[in-house]
Design a protein around this ligand. Sequence first.
Ligand SMILES: *Cc1c(COP(=O)(O)O)cnc(C)c1O
Length: 854
Amino acid sequence: MDFVRSIHRFTVLPTLSGELAPLQKLAYNLWWTWEPEGVELFKRLDIDLWQQTRHNPVEMLGILQQTTLEKLVADEGFMSQLQRVSEKFRDYMGARTWFDRSCNGGKSLIAAYFSMEFGLHESLPTYSGGLGILAGDHLKSASDLGIPLVGIGLLYRQGYFRQYLNIEGWQQELYPENDFYNLPLRLERDESGEPVAVVLDMAGRTVTAHIWSVQVGRVPLYLLDTNLEGNAPEDREITAQLYGGDQEMRIRQEILLGVGGIRALHQLGITPNVCHMNEGHAAFLALERTRLLMEEHGLSFAEAMEAVRAGNIFTTHTPVDAGIDHFPPDLLERYLGRLYRSLGISREEFLGLGRINPRNLNETFCMAVLALKLANHANGVSQLHGEISRRMWKNLWPELPDEHIPITSVTNGVHTKTWLSNEMAGLLTRYLGSRWREDSTDPVLWKRVANIPDSELWRTHERCRERLVLFARRRLKDHLRQVGATAKEIAAAEEVLDPEALTIGFARRFATYKRGTLLFRDLARLERILGSSDRPVQIIFAGKAHPHDVEGKELIREIFQHSIGGRFRGKIVFIEDYDMAVARHLVQGVDVWLNTPRRPLEASGTSGMKVAFNGGLNMSVLDGWWPEGYRGNNGWAIGNGEVYDDVDYQNEVESRAIYDLLEKEIVPLFYDRGTDDIPRGWLSCIKASLQTLCPLFSTERMVQEYTQLCYLPAYGQWEKLSGDRLALAVDLTRWKGEMHRGWSQVRVTRLDAGATAEVPLGAAIPVTAEVSLGDILPDQVTVDLYCGVLDSRGNIVGGELLPLSHGGAVSDGLHRFAGKIEPHFCGRHGFMVRVMPRHPKIGPVYEQGLLAWG
Ligand SMILES: *Cc1c(COP(=O)(O)O)cnc(C)c1O
């Protein structure tokens, strides 16, 4: 007898009626997670249950006994709090937003944000680290700002693993199953009540996915789930774990995210005009978008792609090639053969989309290349990372100078209200007014931090540090119980850490490039720093290593061993199972956040931003966001941004720089107290940090930038190309073909500058160029002078473009263009002429093969 199959399943959902119904409504919108009163409300239901459920109101409401619920209804204090929070929620959802006020031109914008992970709250474990947290913060700020945006991701049965350490400090992984019915999720159903089914092809098998939605304020997030009975066992596993499987699992997940994501939106009646790929994982979406458009309008691949590309945005997060997915041709053939054939392109054309040089058959298919080729806008996540990315991908644009490589940067940020402690939020409201909650990007507002009395700022921060210490002790006791420690050992955990000592935090993924053990290179020196009896220092660590990353796990074990060994006992603590709740305690309570990536491997980093908002200070290598944030008086830089080839030497130099900073600057400043025991110098550093960093490093600023610099321009371009049944996209494709045919005749034949070898600064130099255009007409091109200072190798660096205007035909097909140069700097200058095609409705068009330099 097949026992398993005969089980009938049903689900019991918590139903709260009458006066408690608003509670359920609040529980199903993650808005409460960033509204302190919302958090307080749910905590008040039952503090023990709150802890047990990992702060999960939906699960709590399912467990609470009828009698408890009845008591709540009778509790006037509770009921009026519920009403207050409900009103706040209603006001939030109905408020006029930044988008309403500032983005008139984007009325019909519908942006879809695709990401493999979303870190929204600890109770929803669909994230592993920075990428996911950023995606979560992006959605929250999009909600605050009123951006018409939806999120798309996968719903993992087990999410990312939970970490605990064995008695040796070796990381163990636990994969608890999520019960979707105990999470703030709703299954999307059609009118007849049936779950909306997304059907797609996986290597010849048909896979069905269901769509769950999470409401993030105003923004819905749709998550796909393939763990359905009709699917083949290997396809049910697609949404089992985040970053859990092999390469084949990865391609299935990426197909589900990209292709399945577009289909899911289609099924739901949502037609995004802008699609944002958060990392290359989502790049297959462009293929499905194109296919849909081809099908709908009977277009060719090239025509549909012109429009689709205009509406795609790609954000890269990876400064090293090893961090990017590459797939071999046979795997692609197996999984995407049908898709590319339905696009009417050949196997080589398809594989070429993932290669820098499409004709190089040895190149593997790279998801970042695919994304770069199929998106109109690409960006890195800090200024430095933008630069690194332009260098990394410049071979995709072999005809362009480095600074013209079309990869910009939008620096990451954090969702202020998610990461700020209640204490700090209250303090800011008292001295800045409540406007920082609606508009945190105004630097003038943050100047008012100067008005906060030192004693009050200090007391506020000390309270958060104390809470962190109590939290660390509690977690340490939990760990000790787990590994079977004695009652005496458990009791001793009450003594670790000092609530008043200078507290350094270090928490992140334990990838080796982040160098979690740099501090331990000179143990004797570290012991002197931590062990001082009048100026004690302590360090709290947390972080997970990827389950396959043995080196990362070694680092964790090393730190754990130091934390239990004699010399650092009680001064170093490792908190297990780093998640958003641990992160909140850490970033709110530490005095100094230590960040030691090997430059330039940290694309941005965001933890230090969370710390800055909470009145902590950053001590960081000048990598990622920190070169933009560091001002000399608002934290510390480890080194000057040098990069040495010898990694061990670099580690030595930078660990010494850390010890020096601690001994000579950080510890003395922290313990330099007046008679009132307040560290005035330290506080002035905190104030400088708040004033300079808060207006810049929020996702509020970041999402505004994405909206103004990416979403709205992409939307405008998409509208232009796709209007009138894609007339312009069709024309552009035809026109590009014409240009390609004629371009071989385009040449700069002569260039004259009316200047001798030396000219005085401020003088204008007339320039004329003769350009042979063949059959192409002069108004079909744009001719510019590219001019700037020469470096020692004779290359123009940071040059500017000066337009030349058509000055008539010299002979048949030969034209004169003229303009003038006005150098702004002294020194050796050089110039070149650049000819580019110009479409009458679109303007200058850059495309590989359609550019001439002379
Ligand atoms: C903020 C955060 C991160 C990101 O860390 P960075 O290394 O600074 O990018 C990772 N995990 C959690 C839980 C976080 O809260």
